[in-house]
Ligand binder design. Sequence first.
Ligand code: KIV
Length: 259
Amino acid sequence: MPVTPQQLIQRKQQERPIVVLTAWDYAIAQILDQTGVDVILVGDSLAMVALGYETTLPITLDEMLHHAKAVRRGVKNALLVVDLPFLSYQESPQQALHSAGRVLKETGAQAVKLEGGYPAIAETVSRLVQAGIPVMGHVGLTPQSVRQLGFKQQGKSPEASERILSEAIALEQAGAFAIVIEHVPSDLALNITQKLTIPTIGIGAGGHCDGQVLVTSDVLGLSTWKPPFAKSYLDLHDLIKNAVQAFADEVRSHQFPES
Ligand code: KIV
């Protein structure tokens, strides 16, 4: 049976860390799913890591749906969550319902994620949840607000820290089943994690969250740029280059194929 939002909430109570990774195609999704990752996120970061944009802003809902359908075909066990991209939900709760509905109907994903908090986004989350759509929130550094926030750490001042905490609480009250906390000081992430009954999933937010997420191309060493808090467990960029070079050398020297 696939992982459910309810099981993630239980995992927080049991203090069993939740593992979340992003995927943008069938092959990657299949590998992640086979390793037992709990949640696979079709993050809008795919705009940058798979489509070559400088920010997540240009990606459209149709492009997200296209990638999410491919990922869906590779995922059997993990909870599949899809990001609603920039301006596919901010206009009104009705717009959000339409976009999230398309994600669930057309891709078979179990949940959506959207960025931001109090008050408009919390209201939108509440509307989606009332319609039976599980929602993951996202606070702190929200990349869809890059033109306002940059890619900088958030929540450093007492006021900013208080605002992010109240956004997280508002999202929980609106019915979100989990919240990503991105690039904030670890004591703020700890405070949020202790105040919420739903799990927090950290990225660049220290080690006190109920789970951790990274962008898979950073983990694999495939990204040309990665944020300071990301960790690579492999240098796939160089491995691919070496393999391609070896193939090209063998073709040029008539070693491949063996005749
Ligand atoms: O788009 C994404 O990949 C994300 C993760 C960084 C949480 O939102």
